[in-house]
Design a protein around this ligand. Structure first.
Ligand code: ADP
Ligand code: MG
Length: 254
């Protein structure tokens, strides 16, 4: 190998100028008899927004949950920023610590806001940075304030989730996911549980994140929004990524 090739980044060798953030390779997931994912592959490079659509029960949540090991893949590879959880021959993850490390690089936002109800918004935002990532408390609070300002919740730092609207709670959940300074964000139908009039404020926050070049996988039923913010839209059908239906959706698939 010459010095020049040794120095070139892997992505340059692949003819791509951005590095790979998330790679899913031939992912299978079975629950008992039910084969939910039948070999799903996708790649998101730094800054990509990939929208994932598909009918109810098609395995969208399962796919996201496998990516951060909330579910253990039956088989296949998940590579996050070049890092991969080693699997034992029996299919179980070899290292709990590796899973924790992968999770710390992925900010997950669920359909049901999932804030800790007994903690204030600020406490929600600093919990993981301070107690898991060992960020000094003052620094974590400072960062949290910046994030709350970005999602329009500067005045809610000391409020408990129950005293906020669904839209405010989901914006706080997004800020909390950002507080770990993730490499990529995973959104699982972030607006599905919201009253229609509150959807827009959450989509605006996600739109801003897309504009600033965040890497994101976004499961959504908001087709117009998916088309607007994403670089790729993938359609999950019958356990596989379907590429033959793009015309009927009027969107470009990967
Ligand atoms: P989607 O998010 O696309 O609506 P899911 O990934 O939630 O779909 O679910 C896909 C299928 O897998 C459904 O049939 C669901 O009932 C099943 N499923 C999901 N999680 C589990 C589980 N933990 N145990 C058994 N079946 C599950
Ligand atoms: Mg789901």
């Amino acid at each position: 190998m010459t010095a020049a090739t040794a120095q070139s980044a892997p992505q340059e060798r692949n003819g791509n100028d951005r590095s790979e953030a998330i790679r899913v390779e031939n992912l299978h997931k079975t629950f008992g008899e039910l084969e939910v994912l039948k070999g799903v592959s996708l790649t998101a490079h730094e800054g990509d927004v990939v929208a994932i659509i598909g009918g109810s029960g098609s395995g969208k949540s399962t796919m996201l949950r496998c990516i951060n090991f909330l579910e253990t893949p039956t088989s296949g590879r998940i590579v996050i920023g070049g890092e991969e959880v080693a699997m034992r021959p029996d299919g179980s993850p070899a290292s709990r610590r590796q899973i924790e490390h992968i999770r710390q690089r992925l900010g997950m936002v669920f359909q049901s806001f999932n804030l800790w109800s007994h903690k204030t918004v600020m406490e929600n935002l600093i919990e993981v940075p301070v107690h898991v990532l060992k960020v000094p408390k003052e620094e974590a609070i400072e960062r949290a304030r910046t994030l709350l300002a970005r999602v329009g919740l500067s005045d809610k730092a000391d409020v408990y989730p129950a005293f906020m609207s669904g839209g405010q709670q989901q914006r706080a959940a997004i800020a909390r996911a950002l507080a770990i300074e993730p490499r990529a964000m995973l959104f699982d139908e972030p607006t599905s549980a919201l009253d229609p009039e509150l959807v827009g404020e959450v989509l605006n926050v996600i739109r801003d994140l897309a504009k600033e070049g965040r890497t994101m996988l976004l499961v959504t039923h908001e087709m117009k929004f998916a088309r607007e913010v994403s670089d790729h839209v993938i359609y999950l059908y019958n356990g596989r990524i379907e590429s033959g239906l793009n015309k009927s959706y009027g969107i470009d698939f990967v």
